[in-house]
Design a protein around this ligand. Structure first.
Ligand code: ZN
Length: 316
């Protein structure tokens, strides 16, 4: 099988070490199998993801040495799309997402949800141990009459069946989630009309022929929902690798707030080969902190070398 990996940044600011590590592992994973690596810009939130930020992210990736391949778009089997849209910017793909929303609506799987944030987060709302909220279906059985009486603009939810979704994660191993009990009906379009992450990502991964997804461990809870959407749309779900997160030596999770770790600062005093070496050492691909190129890493890359625990960033 020809491998297609993807990097899908949400450019709401400067690239961070965590982002570039994700880009690097995704690139190495695809290239070590002779595959392609493609880029998609997840800029649906146009207020936070400005064109300037996009440019900066592309420039950082270029500096780091990651080159992207052309995308071979796939024609969907189950869903009629009005045109093949070749944009890699999600903000320019809304018409495509509408076709997939229509498909779900025609199957009777989508309903409007009028719940406010406060209603959803009510104390009585069921939560999972990781804080995720389970939607109990409050708006599912509203009558047409009741829907008309609602004053607020609704979000659109996908009704999910009581089934278990199982997958073998390339980093974590066997995972299972019961969609109904551990998630509930989930949002595919927000009340402000912006398509939800789950829908846009699945549609794009499917249409862009993505066969493997490398992303942070913190996104694992999205996976069952995305696999379910892939199946509804008639796509083959990609293989997922939920990589460990970068943490500070004291165990604190690094974030965008650590300004000294964004590429705007790091690029001022470091060459890419040095940064690549530090990241490769941090995730166990090489035994010593030394300069190395992406081409050299492709030859020695293996997921078996990446530990299934937080990655502690050494002194830069
Ligand atoms: Zn609701």
């Amino acid at each position: 099988m020809h491998i297609v990996g993807r990097f899908a940044p949400s450019p709401s600011g400067r690239m961070h070490l965590g982002n570039i590590l994700c880009a690097m592992l995704g690139y190495l994973s695809a290239k070590s199998k002779g595959g392609d690596y493609i880029l998609r810009i997840e800029d649906l939130d146009t207020l936070r993801c400005t064109k300037d930020n996009c440019k900066q992210v592309l420039d950082d990736l270029n500096w780091f040495g990651i080159n992207f391949d052309d995308i071979n778009f796939v024609k969907p089997k189950n869903v009629n799309i009005s045109n093949i849209n070749n944009s890699i910017y999600q903000s320019e793909r809304t018409e495509i997402y509408k076709c997939f929303e229509r498909f779900l609506k025609e199957k009777g799987l989508v309903y409007p949800c009028f719940c406010s944030r406060a209603e959803l987060h009510a104390v009585s709302a069921p939560h999972l141990s990781d804080g995720r909220l389970i939607y109990t279906g409050t708006c599912k059985n509203l009558t047409e009459q009741e829907r008309k009486q609602k004053k607020r603009k609704p979000a659109m939810r996908l009704a999910v069946p009581d089934i278990k979704i199982s997958f073998v994660d390339g980093c974590i191993g066997e995972c299972t989630e019961n969609l109904k009990l551990e998630c509930g009906d989930f949002i595919i379009k927000r009340s402000d009309g912006i398509f939800a992450y789950q829908l846009a990502v699945t549609v794009d991964d499917g249409l862009m022929g993505v066969t493997e997804v490398v992303r942070g461990h913190d996104l694992i809870s999205s996976t069952a929902r995305q696999i379910w959407l892939h199946e509804l749309f008639g796509f083959k779900p990609p293989k997922f690798y939920h990589m460990p997160l970068l943490v500070a030596p004291d165990g604190r999770r690094l974030s965008k707030r650590d300004k000294d770790l964004d590429l705007g600062v790091i690029r001022q005093y470091m060459k890419p080969q040095k940064l690549i070496g530090i990241l490769a050492y941090t995730c166990g691909l090489i035994e010593n902190k030394e300069d190395i190129s992406l081409d050299e890493l492709i030859k020695i890359f293996s997921w078996d070398k990446i530990p299934n625990r937080d990655l502690i960033l050494p002194e830069l």
